[in-house]
Ligand binder design. Structure first.
Ligand code: PAF
Length: 285
């Protein structure tokens, strides 16, 4: 596996792949890789001739006071994991290499970005869209794989890709969970032991919502009340940033569950904010 730090070197290599007609699969990450990222790399490996992954803690998607500096980083460990997962090229640029000091261009999808995480992180998704656009232009992949844990990010990037005509196949990789149900996240290492003990309750609450929908409950408000009660009892160290029931495509609030519904949440602990979601659908009887 080759490690590339300079955008110009990656652009050059990607140009060669294009001329050779190679199918390139791309897995953008912010590093501190875990089994969730590995599963995305395996998905790309199974579908592309050349697999590129990036490790870049993108400063433009962090707001003031967020955890940019504290975000865990370990490039040697990431490189070993990426290599073992079948990645051919790991792109690990510096912030200076990715952004000129005078950079002033943003890519935004405001309609989808104002919901869920965007309500408390108003500049987050324009940072994500901007960096992913820049990465797509460098790598020129045929397909790119993103985790479904950040469902909103996936929905926004699908819209951006269609609107700007990147022509990339956007693939969503299923959420990978710990044995106790906690969704894998690079940020989980920053939970205190007590918080780590409670954090699986996040998924349990969402699973409760899913079960209620399956059992025929159609009132989203009643379901969200039950999940809130579950969090109060089982995740008292976590403060709910949002807990919502939305249409999985438009991300608009659903009050009545008359179609598949996404239950999504963000929960703040002392040093980290964790997100999770579950798609719920009524079972026709
Ligand atoms: O999901 C992430 O890790 C990041 O938002 C991404 C897509 C790599 C952009 O920085």
């Amino acid at each position: 596996m080759e490690i590339i730090k300079e955008p110009s070197a990656l652009r050059e290599l990607a140009g060669q792949w294009t001329r050779q007609g190679r199918t390139v699969g791309f897995v953008p990450t912010m590093g501190y890789l875990h089994a969730g990222h590995e599963s995305l790399m395996h998905l790309a490996r199974g579908r592309a001739e050349t697999v590129v992954a990036s490790v870049f803690v993108n400063p433009t998607q962090f707001g003031p006071g967020e955890d940019l500096d504290a975000y865990p980083r370990d490039l040697d460990r990431d490189a070993a994991m990426a290599k073992a997962a079948g990645v051919d090229v790991l792109f690990a640029p510096s912030p200076e290499a990715m952004y000129e000091p005078a950079a002033a261009t943003w890519v935004e999808v405001p309609t989808l970005a104002r919901h869920l995480c965007g309500a408390s992180r108003p500049t987050h998704f324009r940072g994500v869209c901007t960096v992913v656009s820049k990465l797509f232009l460098l790598v020129r992949p045929a397909l790119a794989v993103f985790g479904q844990k950040d469902w909103q990010q996936l929905a926004i990037l699908r819209r951006m890709n269609a609107d700007l005509g990147f022509g990339v196949e956007i693939v969503g990789g299923p959420i990978v969970r710990e044995a106790d149900g906690l969704a894998l996240s690079s940020r989980n290492v920053r939970l205190t032991p007590e918080e780590r003990g409670q954090a699986p309750g996040i998924n349990q609450g969402l699973a409760l919502a899913e079960a209620m929908v399956r059992d025929g409950e159609a009132d989203a408000g009643r379901i969200l009340d039950a999940v809130r009660a579950h969090y109060a009892a089982h995740v008292p160290l976590g403060e709910i940033d949002y807990l919502s029931c939305v249409d999985p495509d438009s991300l608009e609030t659903l009050e009545t569950i008359d179609r598949p519904a996404l239950f999504a949440t963000a929960v703040r602990f002392s040093a980290v904010r964790l997100i999770d979601n579950r798609l719920a659908a009524t079972v026709s009887r």
